[in-house]
Design a protein around this ligand. Sequence first.
Ligand code: NAD
Ligand code: TYD
Length: 354
Amino acid sequence: MIFVTGGAGFIGGNFILDWLAESDEPVLNLDALTYAGNPETLSTVADDPRYVFVQGDICERELLDGLLAKYRPRAIVHFAAESHVDRSIHGPGDFVRTNVEGSFALLEAARVYWNTLGEAERASFRFHHVSTDEVYGSLQAEDAPFAETNPYLPNSPYAASKAASDHLARAWFHTYGLPVLTTNCSNNYGPYQFPEKLIPLTIVNALAGEALPVYGDGLNVRDWLYVGDHCRAIRAVLAHGRPGETYNIGGGCEKPNIDIVRAICGLLDRLCPDAGGRYERLITFIADRPGHDRRYAMDARKIERELGWRPAESFESGLRKTVQWYLANPKWVANVQSGAYRAWIDRQYGGAAA
Ligand code: NAD
Ligand code: TYD
């Protein structure tokens, strides 16, 4: 089986759903169910015999050792993290704890477990560390996109904590030989994203008739990738990536934030017209994020060249799917927002670990 951390979050949840749709291999999902973790995302596989869920913290070394000894996975795919830049500005402590200390605990547990394996299992074992483009810092308009060889220049507490975990992962390969793979991906969007990030926040606020906050001048640029394409890239790297290597993953789709917000408004005007007028009327420019990175863009030629991966979804098709998903799933959104999904957790799991 494979061992996934953070599988009740946005990308990890999509990854597990895709994995179980594509393969018969069982998945163990360890997730602390912070505010960002929602097991309702995985309700369709909750009773699947191939799926095991454990509520727990990646910082707890004994828990990690016990799970590795019990389930004997052939790979770890490490998504668990505090992931929201704005929250990292208000409370960086949680980011250092989970992203740095948690990744350290997981790498150490993996190393000890890996050393108990036979030769063939040691050779095929993989530790896949999921990271972000934000470790590379910020680009000027005229700069080339980030390549794997760019220096690390993280600017936010989130980016710094992810950069630290990338360095640990790299060192565990070079020093101990643990077969580590690292992927650095650009901004994701798609179903099941917590509505604190730009795209779901814009959709949810627009439907509620609330302001659509745009930071600063709205001209900060991100490189957007549909989450299903990210999950496919991770599967490709896990299967065929070279241990010790890092792979950049991106959508080749750079857009300023204001264009994203306007595109969502335009889609909603067509799919769900508001009697009050066009959704763009709700756009509200607000104070900028402190230290706001101006531009991210990924050079994803390495993963395309070595593994044949490239995005399948265009921004237009991906955004349409995403908006349609949020329109079709108001209950998921309401439960996330109201905190009612916590009651669902207690009912479903009773706080019990496996
Ligand atoms: P998310 O915030 O939606 O999900 C994170 C998950 O980790 C949640 O389910 C949460 O409960 C869990 N978690 C947090 N702390 C934990 C702990 N101490 N122990 C166990 N579980 C814990 O994040 P996401 O957007 O799905 O991102 C997943 C990974 O991908 C992260 O490592 C992130 O840095 C990386 N990434 C995200 C993006 C993006 O655009 N969202 C882009 C590139 C890389
Ligand atoms: P976000 O989704 O938080 O991702 P990240 O900061 O990791 O790139 O934000 C994407 C961009 O949108 C970023 O430039 C900040 C901007 N933004 C807004 O303008 N308004 C908002 O309400 C949010 C959440 C983000």
